[in-house]
Design a protein around this ligand. Structure first.
Ligand SMILES: NC(=O)c1ccc[n+]([C@@H]2O[C@H](COP(=O)([O-])OP(=O)(O)OC[C@H]3O[C@@H](n4cnc5c(N)ncnc54)[C@H](OP(=O)(O)O)[C@@H]3O)[C@@H](O)[C@H]2O)c1
Length: 435
Protein backbone atom coordinates (compact mmCIF):
# COMPACT_ATOMS: atom_id res chain seq x y z
CA UNK A 1 0.00 0.00 0.00
CA UNK A 2 1.23 3.47 -0.87
CA UNK A 3 2.23 5.66 2.03
CA UNK A 4 -0.44 8.23 1.21
CA UNK A 5 -4.10 7.67 0.38
CA UNK A 6 -5.11 10.35 -2.12
CA UNK A 7 -8.76 11.29 -1.68
CA UNK A 8 -11.01 13.12 -4.15
CA UNK A 9 -14.13 14.65 -2.62
CA UNK A 10 -17.04 15.38 -4.98
CA UNK A 11 -19.48 17.82 -3.38
CA UNK A 12 -18.17 20.45 -0.98
CA UNK A 13 -21.45 21.47 0.60
CA UNK A 14 -22.62 20.82 4.17
CA UNK A 15 -21.12 17.32 4.42
CA UNK A 16 -18.22 17.63 1.94
CA UNK A 17 -16.75 20.72 3.61
CA UNK A 18 -17.13 19.09 7.04
CA UNK A 19 -15.26 15.99 5.79
CA UNK A 20 -12.37 18.11 4.52
CA UNK A 21 -12.22 19.94 7.88
CA UNK A 22 -12.42 16.77 9.95
CA UNK A 23 -9.70 14.99 7.97
CA UNK A 24 -7.46 17.99 8.59
CA UNK A 25 -8.33 18.29 12.28
CA UNK A 26 -7.75 14.58 12.96
CA UNK A 27 -4.80 14.25 10.58
CA UNK A 28 -2.34 12.89 13.13
CA UNK A 29 -4.70 10.50 14.86
CA UNK A 30 -5.97 9.16 11.53
CA UNK A 31 -2.42 8.61 10.26
CA UNK A 32 -1.60 6.71 13.46
CA UNK A 33 -4.78 4.62 13.30
CA UNK A 34 -4.63 3.86 9.59
CA UNK A 35 -0.87 3.50 9.25
CA UNK A 36 -0.80 5.94 6.35
CA UNK A 37 -1.53 9.58 5.63
CA UNK A 38 -4.92 10.55 4.22
CA UNK A 39 -4.71 13.58 1.90
CA UNK A 40 -7.57 15.34 0.15
CA UNK A 41 -5.83 16.07 -3.14
CA UNK A 42 -8.84 17.14 -5.26
CA UNK A 43 -12.44 18.27 -4.93
CA UNK A 44 -15.35 18.84 -7.27
CA UNK A 45 -18.33 21.19 -7.03
CA UNK A 46 -20.48 23.16 -9.42
CA UNK A 47 -19.27 26.66 -8.65
CA UNK A 48 -15.47 27.15 -8.64
CA UNK A 49 -15.77 30.62 -7.12
CA UNK A 50 -18.07 29.88 -4.19
CA UNK A 51 -16.38 30.42 -0.83
CA UNK A 52 -16.08 27.06 0.92
CA UNK A 53 -16.22 26.33 4.62
CA UNK A 54 -12.92 24.44 4.44
CA UNK A 55 -9.29 25.16 3.61
CA UNK A 56 -8.78 24.00 0.02
CA UNK A 57 -5.39 25.61 -0.62
CA UNK A 58 -3.25 23.34 -2.78
CA UNK A 59 -6.24 21.11 -3.57
CA UNK A 60 -7.07 20.59 -7.27
CA UNK A 61 -10.57 21.66 -8.39
CA UNK A 62 -12.62 19.69 -10.93
CA UNK A 63 -15.75 21.22 -12.40
CA UNK A 64 -16.77 17.72 -13.52
CA UNK A 65 -17.10 15.06 -10.79
CA UNK A 66 -16.91 12.30 -13.41
CA UNK A 67 -13.49 13.55 -14.50
CA UNK A 68 -12.43 13.53 -10.85
CA UNK A 69 -13.73 9.97 -10.46
CA UNK A 70 -11.61 8.84 -13.44
CA UNK A 71 -8.50 10.80 -12.46
CA UNK A 72 -5.31 8.78 -11.95
CA UNK A 73 -4.38 11.34 -9.27
CA UNK A 74 -6.79 9.93 -6.68
CA UNK A 75 -7.04 6.51 -4.98
CA UNK A 76 -10.42 6.98 -3.29
CA UNK A 77 -13.54 8.80 -4.50
CA UNK A 78 -15.91 10.34 -1.93
CA UNK A 79 -19.36 11.17 -3.32
CA UNK A 80 -21.18 13.92 -1.39
CA UNK A 81 -23.26 15.43 -4.17
CA UNK A 82 -26.59 13.68 -3.58
CA UNK A 83 -29.41 12.43 -5.80
CA UNK A 84 -30.20 8.95 -7.09
CA UNK A 85 -29.32 9.70 -10.71
CA UNK A 86 -27.25 12.16 -12.71
CA UNK A 87 -23.80 13.31 -11.66
CA UNK A 88 -23.65 11.27 -8.44
CA UNK A 89 -24.53 7.98 -10.15
CA UNK A 90 -22.27 8.48 -13.17
CA UNK A 91 -19.35 9.57 -11.01
CA UNK A 92 -19.67 6.61 -8.61
CA UNK A 93 -19.95 4.15 -11.50
CA UNK A 94 -16.91 5.73 -13.14
CA UNK A 95 -14.80 5.59 -9.98
CA UNK A 96 -15.66 1.91 -9.39
CA UNK A 97 -15.08 1.05 -13.07
CA UNK A 98 -11.63 2.64 -12.73
CA UNK A 99 -10.86 0.41 -9.75
CA UNK A 100 -11.22 3.10 -7.09
CA UNK A 101 -12.95 2.57 -3.79
CA UNK A 102 -15.95 4.80 -3.12
CA UNK A 103 -17.38 6.32 0.06
CA UNK A 104 -20.84 7.90 -0.15
CA UNK A 105 -23.52 9.37 2.14
CA UNK A 106 -26.16 9.08 -0.56
CA UNK A 107 -29.13 6.93 0.55
CA UNK A 108 -31.21 7.80 -2.50
CA UNK A 109 -28.45 6.45 -4.76
CA UNK A 110 -28.06 3.25 -2.73
CA UNK A 111 -31.81 2.62 -2.48
CA UNK A 112 -32.08 2.81 -6.27
CA UNK A 113 -28.75 1.37 -7.44
CA UNK A 114 -27.11 -0.21 -4.39
CA UNK A 115 -27.12 -3.73 -5.79
CA UNK A 116 -25.61 -2.82 -9.16
CA UNK A 117 -22.97 -0.62 -7.54
CA UNK A 118 -22.07 -3.28 -4.94
CA UNK A 119 -21.73 -5.85 -7.75
CA UNK A 120 -19.43 -3.52 -9.65
CA UNK A 121 -17.33 -2.88 -6.53
CA UNK A 122 -17.01 -6.64 -5.97
CA UNK A 123 -16.03 -7.27 -9.56
CA UNK A 124 -13.33 -4.58 -9.34
CA UNK A 125 -12.28 -5.77 -5.86
CA UNK A 126 -12.67 -2.31 -4.34
CA UNK A 127 -14.69 -1.00 -1.39
CA UNK A 128 -18.10 0.69 -1.52
CA UNK A 129 -18.78 2.19 1.92
CA UNK A 130 -21.85 4.12 3.02
CA UNK A 131 -21.96 4.44 6.81
CA UNK A 132 -23.18 8.05 6.54
CA UNK A 133 -26.15 7.15 4.36
CA UNK A 134 -28.31 5.93 7.29
CA UNK A 135 -28.83 7.87 10.52
CA UNK A 136 -25.91 10.28 9.95
CA UNK A 137 -23.43 9.98 12.79
CA UNK A 138 -24.81 6.71 14.23
CA UNK A 139 -22.53 3.82 13.17
CA UNK A 140 -25.47 1.57 12.32
CA UNK A 141 -24.10 0.04 9.12
CA UNK A 142 -21.02 -1.27 10.87
CA UNK A 143 -23.10 -2.38 13.86
CA UNK A 144 -25.38 -4.49 11.67
CA UNK A 145 -22.69 -5.78 9.32
CA UNK A 146 -19.86 -6.47 11.77
CA UNK A 147 -20.89 -5.83 15.34
CA UNK A 148 -23.89 -8.17 15.24
CA UNK A 149 -22.42 -10.78 12.87
CA UNK A 150 -23.07 -13.48 15.48
CA UNK A 151 -26.79 -12.72 15.70
CA UNK A 152 -29.90 -13.59 13.79
CA UNK A 153 -31.79 -10.31 13.47
CA UNK A 154 -35.56 -10.36 13.84
CA UNK A 155 -36.44 -6.70 13.60
CA UNK A 156 -34.75 -3.38 13.00
CA UNK A 157 -36.63 -0.14 13.38
CA UNK A 158 -35.89 3.46 13.94
CA UNK A 159 -36.44 7.15 13.83
CA UNK A 160 -34.51 7.87 10.67
CA UNK A 161 -35.69 11.35 9.73
CA UNK A 162 -34.89 14.26 12.03
CA UNK A 163 -37.35 16.63 10.37
CA UNK A 164 -40.34 14.39 11.12
CA UNK A 165 -39.21 13.75 14.66
CA UNK A 166 -38.71 17.47 15.23
CA UNK A 167 -42.26 18.21 14.01
CA UNK A 168 -43.89 15.44 16.08
CA UNK A 169 -41.89 16.38 19.21
CA UNK A 170 -42.81 20.03 18.91
CA UNK A 171 -46.49 19.27 18.30
CA UNK A 172 -46.53 17.37 21.59
CA UNK A 173 -44.43 19.74 23.67
CA UNK A 174 -45.97 23.00 22.53
CA UNK A 175 -49.43 21.80 21.54
CA UNK A 176 -48.92 23.22 18.06
CA UNK A 177 -50.60 22.09 14.85
CA UNK A 178 -48.78 20.07 12.20
CA UNK A 179 -48.84 23.02 9.77
CA UNK A 180 -47.32 25.45 12.32
CA UNK A 181 -44.59 22.98 13.28
CA UNK A 182 -43.71 22.35 9.65
CA UNK A 183 -43.42 26.10 9.10
CA UNK A 184 -41.13 26.41 12.14
CA UNK A 185 -38.98 23.53 10.89
CA UNK A 186 -38.62 25.26 7.54
CA UNK A 187 -37.67 28.55 9.19
CA UNK A 188 -35.00 26.79 11.25
CA UNK A 189 -33.59 25.06 8.16
CA UNK A 190 -34.62 21.55 9.33
CA UNK A 191 -37.13 21.12 6.54
CA UNK A 192 -36.71 21.79 2.82
CA UNK A 193 -38.89 24.29 0.95
CA UNK A 194 -40.51 21.19 -0.59
CA UNK A 195 -40.79 18.97 2.47
CA UNK A 196 -42.59 16.06 0.74
CA UNK A 197 -39.53 13.86 0.68
CA UNK A 198 -39.14 14.04 4.47
CA UNK A 199 -42.69 14.27 5.80
CA UNK A 200 -44.05 11.85 3.20
CA UNK A 201 -41.74 9.15 4.61
CA UNK A 202 -39.67 8.66 1.43
CA UNK A 203 -36.32 9.61 2.99
CA UNK A 204 -36.98 7.15 5.84
CA UNK A 205 -37.87 4.49 3.26
CA UNK A 206 -34.53 4.84 1.45
CA UNK A 207 -32.68 4.32 4.72
CA UNK A 208 -34.91 1.44 5.75
CA UNK A 209 -34.22 -0.39 2.47
CA UNK A 210 -30.49 -0.27 3.26
CA UNK A 211 -31.01 -1.41 6.86
CA UNK A 212 -33.25 -4.31 5.83
CA UNK A 213 -30.66 -5.58 3.37
CA UNK A 214 -27.91 -5.48 6.00
CA UNK A 215 -30.09 -7.01 8.71
CA UNK A 216 -31.62 -9.88 6.74
CA UNK A 217 -29.14 -10.63 3.96
CA UNK A 218 -31.60 -9.66 1.24
CA UNK A 219 -31.32 -7.50 -1.86
CA UNK A 220 -32.19 -3.83 -1.37
CA UNK A 221 -35.84 -3.46 -2.41
CA UNK A 222 -37.14 0.04 -1.78
CA UNK A 223 -40.17 -0.62 -4.01
CA UNK A 224 -41.39 -3.23 -1.50
CA UNK A 225 -41.87 -0.68 1.29
CA UNK A 226 -45.31 0.43 2.44
CA UNK A 227 -45.05 4.16 3.09
CA UNK A 228 -47.29 6.62 4.98
CA UNK A 229 -46.13 10.08 6.00
CA UNK A 230 -46.98 12.24 9.00
CA UNK A 231 -49.22 14.74 7.19
CA UNK A 232 -52.45 13.36 8.68
CA UNK A 233 -51.29 13.38 12.31
CA UNK A 234 -53.38 15.86 14.26
CA UNK A 235 -52.87 17.42 17.65
CA UNK A 236 -55.86 15.35 18.74
CA UNK A 237 -53.89 12.17 17.97
CA UNK A 238 -50.78 13.43 19.76
CA UNK A 239 -52.77 14.32 22.88
CA UNK A 240 -54.83 11.14 22.90
CA UNK A 241 -51.59 9.14 22.52
CA UNK A 242 -50.06 10.94 25.51
CA UNK A 243 -53.13 10.24 27.66
CA UNK A 244 -52.92 6.56 26.75
CA UNK A 245 -49.19 6.30 27.56
CA UNK A 246 -47.90 6.48 23.99
CA UNK A 247 -45.92 8.84 21.81
CA UNK A 248 -46.23 9.07 18.04
CA UNK A 249 -43.03 8.60 16.01
CA UNK A 250 -42.45 8.19 12.30
CA UNK A 251 -40.73 4.82 12.26
CA UNK A 252 -39.13 2.76 9.56
CA UNK A 253 -39.65 -0.88 10.55
CA UNK A 254 -38.22 -4.00 8.90
CA UNK A 255 -39.26 -7.30 10.42
CA UNK A 256 -38.83 -10.91 9.48
CA UNK A 257 -41.92 -13.08 9.94
CA UNK A 258 -43.60 -16.23 8.67
CA UNK A 259 -44.94 -14.48 5.58
CA UNK A 260 -41.64 -12.89 4.59
CA UNK A 261 -40.19 -9.49 5.41
CA UNK A 262 -42.34 -6.52 6.32
CA UNK A 263 -40.85 -3.16 5.40
CA UNK A 264 -43.06 -0.31 6.49
CA UNK A 265 -42.73 3.41 7.14
CA UNK A 266 -45.58 5.06 9.00
CA UNK A 267 -46.50 7.10 12.06
CA UNK A 268 -46.38 4.67 14.95
CA UNK A 269 -47.53 4.55 18.54
CA UNK A 270 -44.61 3.65 20.78
CA UNK A 271 -45.03 3.11 24.50
CA UNK A 272 -43.49 5.95 26.50
CA UNK A 273 -41.41 3.35 28.35
CA UNK A 274 -39.61 2.30 25.13
CA UNK A 275 -36.09 3.72 24.66
CA UNK A 276 -37.05 5.09 21.27
CA UNK A 277 -39.95 7.10 22.74
CA UNK A 278 -37.43 9.25 24.62
CA UNK A 279 -35.81 10.41 21.40
CA UNK A 280 -36.99 13.94 20.72
CA UNK A 281 -36.18 16.68 18.22
CA UNK A 282 -33.87 16.08 15.26
CA UNK A 283 -32.10 13.14 16.93
CA UNK A 284 -32.22 9.70 15.29
CA UNK A 285 -32.40 6.26 16.89
CA UNK A 286 -32.27 2.68 15.70
CA UNK A 287 -33.39 -0.36 17.69
CA UNK A 288 -32.37 -3.89 16.74
CA UNK A 289 -33.95 -7.09 18.06
CA UNK A 290 -31.58 -10.00 17.68
CA UNK A 291 -31.39 -13.46 19.22
CA UNK A 292 -28.14 -13.16 21.14
CA UNK A 293 -27.96 -9.49 22.05
CA UNK A 294 -31.76 -9.24 22.55
CA UNK A 295 -32.41 -5.54 22.13
CA UNK A 296 -29.96 -2.82 21.28
CA UNK A 297 -30.75 0.86 20.71
CA UNK A 298 -28.36 3.39 19.24
CA UNK A 299 -29.23 7.07 19.58
CA UNK A 300 -27.44 10.05 18.07
CA UNK A 301 -27.32 12.86 15.56
CA UNK A 302 -28.87 11.78 12.28
CA UNK A 303 -27.74 14.73 10.21
CA UNK A 304 -25.58 17.83 10.18
CA UNK A 305 -22.17 18.37 8.60
CA UNK A 306 -19.90 17.27 11.46
CA UNK A 307 -21.94 14.25 12.57
CA UNK A 308 -22.28 12.97 9.01
CA UNK A 309 -18.59 13.65 8.35
CA UNK A 310 -17.78 11.47 11.37
CA UNK A 311 -19.30 8.49 9.54
CA UNK A 312 -17.71 9.38 6.19
CA UNK A 313 -14.27 9.69 7.80
CA UNK A 314 -14.68 6.33 9.58
CA UNK A 315 -15.24 4.72 6.16
CA UNK A 316 -12.23 6.55 4.70
CA UNK A 317 -10.06 5.33 7.61
CA UNK A 318 -11.18 1.71 7.04
CA UNK A 319 -10.26 1.93 3.38
CA UNK A 320 -6.89 3.51 4.28
CA UNK A 321 -6.26 0.44 6.46
CA UNK A 322 -7.12 -1.87 3.56
CA UNK A 323 -10.46 -3.06 4.96
CA UNK A 324 -12.81 -4.20 2.21
CA UNK A 325 -16.07 -5.76 3.41
CA UNK A 326 -18.89 -6.89 1.13
CA UNK A 327 -20.90 -3.63 0.98
CA UNK A 328 -24.15 -5.27 2.15
CA UNK A 329 -22.51 -7.84 4.38
CA UNK A 330 -22.64 -10.72 1.86
CA UNK A 331 -21.49 -11.03 -1.74
CA UNK A 332 -24.29 -9.69 -3.96
CA UNK A 333 -24.87 -13.17 -5.44
CA UNK A 334 -25.54 -14.52 -1.92
CA UNK A 335 -28.17 -11.88 -1.05
CA UNK A 336 -31.67 -13.34 -1.33
CA UNK A 337 -34.58 -11.73 -3.13
CA UNK A 338 -36.73 -10.00 -0.53
CA UNK A 339 -40.00 -11.91 -0.02
CA UNK A 340 -42.44 -9.12 0.79
CA UNK A 341 -44.92 -9.70 3.57
CA UNK A 342 -48.07 -7.78 2.60
CA UNK A 343 -49.14 -5.07 5.01
CA UNK A 344 -52.64 -6.57 5.09
CA UNK A 345 -51.08 -9.53 6.93
CA UNK A 346 -49.47 -7.33 9.58
CA UNK A 347 -50.40 -8.34 13.12
CA UNK A 348 -50.36 -5.88 15.97
CA UNK A 349 -52.28 -3.46 18.13
CA UNK A 350 -53.97 -0.42 16.65
CA UNK A 351 -55.01 3.06 17.68
CA UNK A 352 -58.12 4.17 15.82
CA UNK A 353 -59.72 7.60 15.98
CA UNK A 354 -63.23 7.87 14.63
CA UNK A 355 -65.20 11.07 14.16
CA UNK A 356 -68.78 10.30 15.18
CA UNK A 357 -71.80 12.60 15.27
CA UNK A 358 -74.00 10.62 17.66
CA UNK A 359 -71.87 9.18 20.38
CA UNK A 360 -74.47 6.99 22.10
CA UNK A 361 -75.61 5.02 19.08
CA UNK A 362 -72.16 5.03 17.51
CA UNK A 363 -70.39 3.48 20.51
CA UNK A 364 -72.69 0.47 20.41
CA UNK A 365 -72.49 0.05 16.63
CA UNK A 366 -68.68 0.35 16.57
CA UNK A 367 -68.27 -2.13 19.42
CA UNK A 368 -70.66 -4.54 17.68
CA UNK A 369 -68.76 -4.44 14.36
CA UNK A 370 -65.44 -4.96 16.11
CA UNK A 371 -66.81 -7.93 18.04
CA UNK A 372 -68.24 -9.44 14.84
CA UNK A 373 -64.78 -9.23 13.26
CA UNK A 374 -63.24 -10.91 16.32
CA UNK A 375 -61.24 -7.82 17.21
CA UNK A 376 -60.75 -7.41 20.91
CA UNK A 377 -60.70 -3.86 22.25
CA UNK A 378 -58.36 -2.89 25.03
CA UNK A 379 -60.01 0.47 25.49
CA UNK A 380 -62.64 2.71 24.00
CA UNK A 381 -62.87 6.33 24.99
CA UNK A 382 -64.41 9.57 23.98
CA UNK A 383 -61.90 12.31 23.33
CA UNK A 384 -62.32 16.01 22.70
CA UNK A 385 -65.14 18.38 23.39
CA UNK A 386 -68.51 18.21 21.72
CA UNK A 387 -68.17 21.10 19.31
CA UNK A 388 -71.87 21.98 19.09
CA UNK A 389 -73.81 20.29 21.87
CA UNK A 390 -77.06 18.75 20.59
CA UNK A 391 -76.90 20.46 17.20
CA UNK A 392 -77.04 18.39 14.02
CA UNK A 393 -73.33 18.74 13.19
CA UNK A 394 -71.97 17.99 16.69
CA UNK A 395 -69.18 15.44 16.58
CA UNK A 396 -66.68 13.83 18.94
CA UNK A 397 -63.64 11.64 18.57
CA UNK A 398 -63.98 8.04 19.67
CA UNK A 399 -60.58 6.47 20.32
CA UNK A 400 -60.18 2.72 20.22
CA UNK A 401 -57.11 0.74 21.22
CA UNK A 402 -57.17 -2.84 20.00
CA UNK A 403 -55.34 -5.90 21.27
CA UNK A 404 -53.15 -7.58 18.66
CA UNK A 405 -55.17 -8.34 15.56
CA UNK A 406 -54.64 -8.58 11.84
CA UNK A 407 -54.64 -5.52 9.61
CA UNK A 408 -56.93 -7.34 7.22
CA UNK A 409 -59.66 -7.91 9.82
CA UNK A 410 -59.33 -4.38 11.07
CA UNK A 411 -59.59 -2.75 7.63
CA UNK A 412 -62.64 -4.86 6.79
CA UNK A 413 -64.33 -3.91 10.08
CA UNK A 414 -63.60 -0.20 9.50
CA UNK A 415 -65.00 -0.44 5.97
CA UNK A 416 -68.15 -1.90 7.45
CA UNK A 417 -68.36 0.87 10.08
CA UNK A 418 -67.93 3.45 7.30
CA UNK A 419 -70.74 1.80 5.31
CA UNK A 420 -72.93 1.86 8.44
CA UNK A 421 -72.68 5.67 8.32
CA UNK A 422 -71.73 6.09 11.98
CA UNK A 423 -68.53 8.01 11.19
CA UNK A 424 -68.23 11.26 9.30
CA UNK A 425 -64.56 11.19 8.27
CA UNK A 426 -62.17 8.47 7.11
CA UNK A 427 -60.86 6.67 10.22
CA UNK A 428 -57.42 7.58 11.52
CA UNK A 429 -55.47 4.36 12.04
CA UNK A 430 -52.05 4.30 13.71
CA UNK A 431 -50.21 1.02 14.28
CA UNK A 432 -48.84 0.32 17.74
CA UNK A 433 -45.27 -1.02 17.71
CA UNK A 434 -44.57 -3.73 20.27
CA UNK A 435 -41.61 -3.09 22.57
N1 LIG B 1 -26.70 17.36 5.18
C1 LIG B 1 -26.82 16.33 5.99
O1 LIG B 1 -27.01 16.48 7.18
C2 LIG B 1 -26.70 14.92 5.45
C3 LIG B 1 -26.80 13.83 6.34
C4 LIG B 1 -26.65 12.53 5.85
C5 LIG B 1 -26.45 12.34 4.49
N2 LIG B 1 -26.40 13.41 3.66
C6 LIG B 1 -26.16 13.14 2.23
O2 LIG B 1 -24.93 13.72 1.85
C7 LIG B 1 -24.99 14.14 0.50
C8 LIG B 1 -24.60 15.63 0.43
O3 LIG B 1 -25.51 16.40 1.18
P1 LIG B 1 -25.22 17.93 1.58
O4 LIG B 1 -26.24 18.28 2.60
O5 LIG B 1 -23.77 18.13 1.90
O6 LIG B 1 -25.60 18.66 0.21
P2 LIG B 1 -25.23 20.16 -0.23
O7 LIG B 1 -24.87 21.00 0.94
O8 LIG B 1 -26.34 20.60 -1.12
O9 LIG B 1 -23.90 19.98 -1.12
C9 LIG B 1 -23.90 19.37 -2.37
C10 LIG B 1 -22.57 19.64 -3.05
O10 LIG B 1 -22.57 18.95 -4.30
C11 LIG B 1 -22.14 19.84 -5.30
N3 LIG B 1 -22.77 19.46 -6.56
C12 LIG B 1 -24.10 19.39 -6.85
N4 LIG B 1 -24.27 19.00 -8.12
C13 LIG B 1 -23.04 18.84 -8.64
C14 LIG B 1 -22.55 18.46 -9.91
N5 LIG B 1 -23.37 18.17 -10.92
N6 LIG B 1 -21.21 18.42 -10.09
C15 LIG B 1 -20.36 18.70 -9.09
N7 LIG B 1 -20.76 19.06 -7.85
C16 LIG B 1 -22.09 19.12 -7.64
C17 LIG B 1 -22.55 21.22 -4.86
O11 LIG B 1 -21.74 22.18 -5.51
P3 LIG B 1 -21.90 23.78 -5.23
O12 LIG B 1 -21.51 23.94 -3.79
O13 LIG B 1 -20.94 24.42 -6.16
O14 LIG B 1 -23.33 24.10 -5.50
C18 LIG B 1 -22.29 21.11 -3.36
O15 LIG B 1 -20.95 21.42 -3.07
C19 LIG B 1 -26.42 13.82 0.03
O16 LIG B 1 -26.43 12.57 -0.60
C20 LIG B 1 -27.20 13.76 1.32
O17 LIG B 1 -28.35 12.93 1.22
C21 LIG B 1 -26.50 14.68 4.10
Amino acid sequence: MAEVLRVGVAGVGTVGAAVVRLLKRQEQALTARSGRRIDVTAVSARDPDKPRDADLSGVAFYADPVALAASPDIDLFVELIGGAEGAALTAVETALAHGKSVVTANKALLAAHGMALAALAEEKRVALAFEASVAGGIPIVKTLREGLAGNSIERVYGILNGTCNYILSRMEREEMSFADCLKAAQELGYAEADPTFDIGGFDTAHKLAILASLAFGVRVDAAAIDIEGIERISLDDIQAAAELGFRIKLLGVAERGENGIEQRVHPTMVRKSAAIAEVMGVTNAVTIDADAVHQLTLVGPGAGGDATASAVVADIADIAKGVRSAPFGLPVSALEELRRSPLRRHEGGYYIRLAVPDVVGAFAQIAKRMAEAGISLQSIMQHGERRAESSADAQVSVILITHATSENLLRDALDQITRDGVIVQPPQVIRIERE
